[in-house]
Design a protein around this ligand. Structure first.
Ligand SMILES: Cc1cc2nc3c(=O)[nH]c(=O)nc-3n(C[C@H](O)[C@H](O)[C@H](O)COP(=O)(O)OP(=O)(O)OC[C@H]3O[C@@H](n4cnc5c(N)ncnc54)[C@H](O)[C@@H]3O)c2cc1C
Length: 230
C-alpha cells in the first residue's frame, strides 16, 4: 500500500527523498523558511509536518508544544492457515482484533502499549494478553503459531482525533495525532491537507480538527471509535 502511494506520488511529480532526517528548521519571525536535514538544507515556501509519533520531537525544535503522546503499538501475525476466518472481529471487551489475510495468516492486534516511548517494538506481556484474548474468543486459534510481531510509534491526542491544519507559524501545517487509525485515513486526509496548504485555510472536512481546540475546548471525542483499532 505504502509503495503504491509512493509510486503514484512520484508519477505526479513529487520528489520523495529517502534516508533523509529533518534535524531542524530555519525561521524568520512567524514563518518557516526551510528545513535542515541530514542531507543538507532545503528552502521552502510552505512546510507540512507529518511525522506521526515523532511530531512533538520536531515541534520542540520549532518552540511550540502539541498535545501528543507517543506510544508503541504492536500487531502480530500467525503462520499461514487455510481460510478459517472470513471476517474481521474486534472486541472492545477483552481487547483484541482478528482478521485473516488473503495469504492465510491471522492478523491480530489491540491497543497501544501504555508507556510512552520511541522504540520500534513493544512489550511482550501485551502480545501475551492479545493472544489470550484471541484464544478466549476463538479457542481453535490455540493451535496457531505466532510467526512475527512488529511495533510502530503512534501519536495519540487527548480526544483521540487527529490534528490537521494550521500552526502558530503562518506557513507551517500539521497533520498528526492519528493514533492507531491513520492508515485508512491517508487518501482522505491527503486531499484535505493539500487543500489546506494550497488555500491556506482548512477544507470543511478538517476544519474542526484544529490544534487550538485543546485551548478552546471544542474537542472531537472519538475514544469510542478508537478503543481497540480499526
Ligand atoms: C502495529 C500498527 C498497526 C496499525 N494498524 C492500523 C490499522 O489497522 N488501521 C489504521 O488505519 N491504522 C493503523 N495503524 C496506524 C497507522 O499506521 C498510522 O496512523 C499512520 O501510518 C500514520 O500515518 P502518518 O503518515 O501520519 O505517519 P507515518 O506513516 O508514521 O509516517 C511518518 C514518517 O515520518 C518519518 N519521520 C519521523 N521523524 C522524522 C524526521 N525527523 N525526519 C524525517 N522523517 C521523519 C518517519 O520515518 C515516518 O516515515 C497501525 C500502526 C501500527 C504501528
Amino acid at each position: 500500500m505504502a509503495w503504491g502511494f509512493a509510486r503514484r506520488a512520484d508519477q505526479a511529480g513529487i520528489d520523495l527523498i529517502q534516508d533523509c532526517e529533518v534535524t531542524g528548521f530555519t525561521t524568520d519571525g512567524d514563518r518557516v523558511t526551510g528545513v535542515r536535514t541530514s542531507r543538507g538544507d532545503i528552502a521552502a515556501g510552505k512546510v507540512a509536518l507529518c511525522a506521526a509519533g515523532h511530531t512533538s520531537v520536531l515541534t520542540d525544535l520549532l518552540g511550540f508544544r502539541v498535545p501528543l503522546q507517543s506510544h508503541p503499538l504492536q500487531a502480530l501475525v500467525s503462520e499461514l492457515l487455510e481460510p478459517v476466518h472470513p471476517t474481521v472481529v474486534m472486541s472492545n471487551a477483552i481487547h483484541v482484533y482478528v482478521s485473516q489475510a488473503h495469504k492465510g495468516e491471522l492478523v491480530m492486534g489491540a491497543g497501544i502499549d501504555s508507556y510512552n516511548g520511541y522504540g520500534q517494538r513493544g512489550a511482550f506481556h501485551i502480545v501475551e494478553r492479545q493472544m489470550a484474548a484471541a484464544v478466549e474468543l476463538f479457542p481453535v486459534f490455540a493451535r496457531a503459531h505466532l510467526l512475527r510481531t512488529w511495533g510502530g510509534i503512534v501519536d495519540t491526542t487527548p480526544d483521540a482525533s487527529p490534528i490537521v491544519g494550521r500552526t502558530p507559524y503562518s506557513n507551517l501545517y500539521l497533520n498528526c495525532g492519528w493514533g492507531t487509525g491513520g492508515f485508512k485515513a491517508t487518501p482522505g486526509v491527503g486531499w484535505c491537507m493539500a487543500h489546506t496548504i494550497a488555500h491556506d485555510e482548512p477544507h470543511p472536512y478538517n476544519a474542526p480538527f484544529t490544534l487550538d481546540r485543546f485551548v478552546t475546548g471544542a474537542l472531537v471525542d472519538e475514544h469510542g471509535a478508537a478503543a481497540v483499532a480499526h
